[in-house]
Design a protein. Structure first.
Length: 104
């Protein structure tokens, strides 16, 4: 339990050090905060954008219902179908992150 609290504290510190700009938030506030924290942790751990996206996707697949997808990078285009109120698009430092849950 202490490890979980320490990890949460470190994630919060990392998130406050990074510049986060929310672009589209069609997702509950709780999931927004979880996504921001997870992306910050992944950015601290990985240098490759694909690895950051994979880490975030795996975390949301394990912790939240549904099939989650994550795209991250400095520049990308996409067209997606997503569950209602399950889309979050934001910028963390210079990297854009699109996180969404797709219909089953």
């Amino acid at each position: 339990m202490a490890d979980d609290e320490q990890a949460a504290s470190e994630a919060q510190e990392s998130a406050t050090e990074r510049k986060i700009e929310v672009l589209i938030a069609e997702i509950p506030e709780e999931l927004q905060q979880k996504a921001k924290r997870r992306v910050c942790l992944a950015m601290d751990k990985y240098d490759i954008e694909k690895d950051i996206a994979t880490d975030v996707k795996k975390h949301f697949d394990e912790e939240c219902e549904g099939s989650w997808h994550c795209v991250s990078g400095r520049s990308f285009g996409c067209s997606v179908t997503h569950e209602t109120k399950h889309l979050f698009f934001f910028k963390c430092d210079q990297m854009y992150v699109l996180l969404f849950c797709s219909p089953e």
